[in-house]
Design a protein around this ligand. Sequence first.
Ligand code: ZN
Length: 402
Amino acid sequence: MTAQTSNIHFTNARLADGSLVDFTVTDGRFGAITPAGSGPAMPDAVDLAGQLVVPAFVEGHIHLDTSFYGDAWRPHIPCTNGFDVRERVAFQAQNLAAAAPMAERAKNQLELCIGNGSLSMRSHVMVDASVGLSHVETILAVREKYRDLIDIQLVAFPQSGILSSPGTAELLDEALKLGCDLVGGLDPASFDRDVNGHLDVVFALAGKHGAGVDIHLHDGGTLGLFQVEEIAARTKALGMQGHVVVSHAYGLGDIPADALAKAGAMLAATGVAIMTNAPGNHAFPPVAALRQAGVTVFSGSDNIRDSWWPYGDGDMLSRANMIGYRSGFYEDHELEAAFDVVSHAGAKALRLKDYGLSVGARVDFVAMRAQHVPEAVVALPKERTVYRRGKAVAKNGTILAS
Ligand SMILES: [Zn+2]
């Protein structure tokens, strides 16, 4: 039997620089990319008719296990006395007990994200003494089901802390054995009240499993900054440059400029990436200043219609818009930076191989009507076609039958 090579031809794709190109897809990867019309006519080619073609988005931080998207609406329950992570976790447990099956809710959320153009994702999955490994087992099965549509990394996420939830360290270990790719963490100082104790467990597990680290850090101000520095120092000491992420890092958004400059230099040198979803009611890491310092800043939807907030649409293009809006990005190069946060920077943080629109890369892209990236970031065209490995998998938000 001879191996089948499948070629697909596309014509008239508009790249970010405005040029029109034709390209060939061979076994899901970019073959030649040539100026439009310069090659022989291909009667079977897919004519993109001048649509803007951009790499598929990277959904870098989501929670597939806890969303109610597609389930009954859950009115938000406010905290009794200001934002309190522990109280929110309790509300979440209460809501989840009455929710539709997790696999169904995760599927709803995945299809929302794929339909909008994300084909790579990192999801945190709750692990604690009360739910054990049940969330991980369910989401691993969902990941397997969707493997032809989206690449998913899973973070074993200690939602109830590590030291303050006995048995969690062992469960995280098991979750990594079962197939989680990274070990998570949660506010070592304010939640477990033991920065070193918490980070000892996280980094020991990362070392044991050769896994990356992605820590939720909501602590603000100098307490947040202190933990960012501790995480960066451990990353350097353990030679884990490029394998560690601090998600949220609100503290970087409310410290003086000189402290930020110092933190930015440290993060860049240690290759610790920062994830921000540009939350509405918090200071958040200054995207432009950190990028300027050489820090990888990427993004994700985080919570979509869950017990933490009612927002979220699973559209990383609209997330780029939000990042730009909250950052005061008006110039084209700034809007392009906002787009980079949800595409190339996300690919770098997630260590994705063969990402982007170049020969040899995987042909995962979104085609939509826009003149260029800055216009796409502000206009947010909802009519878009999502291609994975060169094949259309979703159109205008709907997954296509395979
Ligand atoms: Zn999160």
